[in-house]
Design a protein around this ligand. Structure first.
Ligand code: 7TS
Length: 404
C-alpha cells in the first residue's frame, strides 16, 4: 500500500494553485513532476561540483565524473543491462531513436523491410521514414483493432526474411495500451530482425529487464519518471552498439584524431559527443532511486486502481467515449464528449486548475484510425488521488454543460 498523502509532500509543485484553484496534474504522460529528492540533487550539483567531466584532473571534474558514471551504473542495474557501457546517455527518447535510425543507414539495403506499429508516437515513425528514404528500405505497419490493440496475426504475416528491424512502443502514449513486447521480440528474432522498444511511457510504470526480454534496443526519457527534461538513455546490446557507426562527431567520442584519420572511442563514449547534460544524467540516477524507493509493484497496483476508478466515473458521463480499451493498459484515459472539441474542454479544465493534454498527442495515425482530430487525455501517476479524480469529474461535467 502506498502512503499517497506522504508521497505528495515530496512534490512541491503539487502545493501550488493554478488560476486560483489547487493544481490537479493529470498530464503525466507528457511529463511527470519532480520530487524534492531529485530537485536537491540538481541544486547540489550546481552549488557544489559543477564541472566538465572525463577531462579534468581537478577535484570538481573528478567528483562530477564519478557522480555521472555512478548514475550510469544505477540506470544499468535498474534496467538489468549486462554492462554499464550498454547504457548511452542521450537527450531523451527522440534522440535515442534517431541515433539508432541513423546508425542503421549503413546496415540496410534497398528492399529490406522495417516494421513499426500503428500505435507509435511520431518520434517512432518519422526517423524510420527518413531511414527508408535514405536506404530504399520499406516501412510496414502492424495494424490495430478498435480497442487499440495490435493485431498480432497481421504482425506474424508481415514478418519474412527481408525484415531487418521491428520498432514498437511498450505502452502507447495516446491510448495507454500495453503492447505484448515479449511476443513481438521473440517472433522478430525468429526471422533475424532486431527490435527496438520505445519505453518512454513504460519506464514510469514498469521496471523492464532488458536481458530477460532479450530486446536489442530499449529507449526512454528521464522526464517521464520523475527526472529532469533533456536527458534519457539508449540501451543497446553491446554487439549492436559496436556495429552501429557513431551518430555525431566531436569531442569525447574519439580515440585519436589527425587530419588523415580519426579513430573512435570505445562504448559508451563513441555515442556521447560533446559536453553532455551532466547534471541531468546524475538527476536521472536520483529519479530512478526515488521511483525504486516507492516500488514499481506498488506503483502499478495503485495506478491500476486510479485507472479503474477514473474509467468507471468517466463512463457515467453521457455522450463520453473512451478511446483505447485494451485489456492491458496503464493509467491513461483518452476521451471525447459528443462533438465538443477536446481543446475547448482542456481550456475550461485549466481555468479550474486541472491540467490535461488535448490534441493528437503526436500520434496522428491513431487519430486518423478513429477519424477524430484529437482527444482529451488524462494520465495518472502514483501521486494522484481518487479525490482529484472526483474534482476532475465535477469540473468536466461543468465544462460539458457550458459547451453543449
Ligand atoms: N515515444 C513515446 C511513446 C512518447 O510518449 C513520447 C513522448 C516520446 C516517444 C518522445 O519522448 P521525448 O522525451 O523524446 O519527447 N510523449 C509525449 C506525450 O504523450 N505528450 O507529450 C510528450
Amino acid at each position: 500500500m502506498l502512503d499517497v498523502q506522504n508521497i505528495r509532500k515530496d512534490f512541491p509543485i503539487l502545493q501550488r494553485k493554478v488560476n486560483g484553484k489547487p493544481l490537479i496534474y493529470f498530464d503525466n504522460a507528457a511529463t511527470s513532476q519532480t520530487p524534492q529528492q531529485v530537485i536537491d540533487v540538481i541544486v547540489d550539483y550546481y552549488t557544489n561540483y559543477n564541472a566538465n567531466i572525463h577531462r579534468g584532473v581537478h577535484s570538481l571534474s573528478q567528483e562530477a565524473t564519478d557522480a555521472y558514471e555512478q548514475a550510469r551504473i544505477k540506470i544499468q542495474k535498474h534496467f538489468n543491462a549486462k554492462h554499464p557501457h550498454e547504457i548511452i546517455y542521450t537527450a531523451g527518447t527522440t534522440h535515442s531513436i534517431n541515433l539508432v535510425a541513423n546508425g542503421f543507414s549503413s546496415l540496410l539495403q534497398k528492399g529490406d523491410e522495417i516494421i513499426v506499429s500503428a500505435l507509435e508516437h511520431h518520434s517512432n515513425i518519422v526517423p524510420w521514414q527518413m531511414l527508408c528514404e535514405r536506404t530504399g528500405a520499406i516501412l510496414k505497419v502492424i495494424p490495430m483493432n478498435e480497442n487499440g490493440e495490435l493485431i498480432l496475426s497481421d504482425f506474424d504475416a508481415l514478418l519474412n526474411d527481408h525484415t531487418k528491424l521491428v520498432f514498437v512502443n511498450h505502452i502507447s502514449n495516446a491510448l495507454g495500451t500495453i503492447n505484448p513486447i515479449e511476443y513481438i521480440i521473440d517472433e522478430a528474432h525468429k526471422v533475424g530482425a532486431a527490435v527496438l522498444v520505445d519505453g518512454a511511457q513504460s519506464c514510469p510504470h514498469i521496471k523492464p529487464d532488458v536481458q530477460a526480454l532479450d530486446v536489442d534496443f530499449y529507449v526512454c526519457s528521464a522526464h517521464k519518471l520523475c527526472g529532469p527534461t533533456g536527458v534519457g538513455m539508449l540501451y543497446g546490446k553491446e554487439d549492436w552498439l559496436n556495429k552501429l557507426p557513431p551518430y555525431q562527431g566531436g569531442g569525447e567520442m574519439i580515440a585519436e584524431v589527425s587530419f588523415e584519420k580519426t579513430t573512435y572511442a570505445a562504448l559508451p563514449h563513441k555515442f556521447e559527443a560533446g559536453t553532455p547534460n551532466i547534471c541531468g544524467g546524475i538527476a536521472f540516477g536520483a529519479a530512478i532511486d526515488y521511483m525504486n524507493s516507492i516500488g514499481f509493484d506498488n506503483i502499478a497496483q495503485y495506478e491500476h486502481e486510479l485507472l479503474e476508478y477514473g474509467t468507471e466515473q468517466l463512463q457515467k458521463i453521457e455522450g463520453l467515449k473512451i478511446y483505447g480499451t485494451a485489456k492491458e493498459k496503464t493509467s491513461v484515459i483518452s476521451f471525447n464528449v459528443g462533438t465538443i472539441h477536446p481543446y475547448d474542454i482542456g481550456t475550461i479544465l485549466d481555468k479550474m486548475g486541472i491540467a490535461v493534454r488535448t490534441g493528437h498527442h503526436c500520434a496522428q495515425p491513431i487519430m486518423d484510425f478513429y477519424k477524430i482530430p484529437g482527444t482529451v487525455r488524462a494520465s495518472f501517476m502514483f501521486y494522484n488521488t481518487k479525490e482529484e479524480i472526483d474534482t476532475f469529474i465535477t469540473a468536466l461535467k461543468k465544462a460539458v454543460m457550458m459547451l453543449s
